[in-house]
Write a protein that binds this ligand. Sequence first.
Ligand SMILES: [Zn+2]
Length: 268
Amino acid sequence: METRRIHHFTAANPGYMTLDGTNQYLLGENEITVIDVGLSSKENIDGILKQVGTVGGKKIEKILLTHIHRDHSGGALALKKQTGAKLGISRLRAGYVGSEDFTYDDGDEIPYDGGRLRVIHTPGHESGHCCFYEPDQRILFTGDHILGRGTTVIPPPDGDMALYLRSLEKLLALKIRLLLPGHGPAIDAPYDKINEYIEHRLMREREVMECLRDGLDTIPTIAARIYAEVPAPLQTVGRLSIEAHLLKLIQEKRVAKDGERYRRSEAV
Ligand SMILES: [Zn+2]
């Protein structure tokens, strides 16, 4: 799908969680704004700079971070050091990477050379996570809130399933034609994807409640049933997701916890 003044360079950090690697987006005509810098390696920084040249950019003006996880922020200081670009970060995460030049909050508008971005605070995957909305082109940069393939991990205690679902629903109010994720390919059916993501989590929640009904009452036993088919490295992630679901259900008083055991507390 066509975009104007938006390009990307994918970091060489492929993996189960990062898919093909972190997508680092370049926006603008002459003065480039970069969203997320995954690696501080010379190869990655040189790759971004080369891409700036290829798309006709003159210099890097700004660096924005969707969130503080290493695979999105790990190269930010190296790129800033090499280019003198101004580094921005969510106000909730001020000081985390260090050396930031400005912070942003939900609803803030950040101009770039050729347009503007609106900050959409989307806690869930990470409490300070922000998506960036480009209203003129109706594009949403989703970071790890929505991925090009598969689903994202919600790791407690900073990750929060209840907030995550609310942050997905929040996106439905935006006019979007394209999602550009932090990992994996662009998504040109945004609302289908957002609704699929919401439905997927609600399905998992129902499965967790069924496990509890069937007497599986610890995180490992629930995860072993629900994630029986997934590869071993993702089993750990699966246990985190189950914990995140249980914490949401406890908040909603539908589940109670006794030691390491969980039970349904609503009328069955
Ligand atoms: Zn990531």
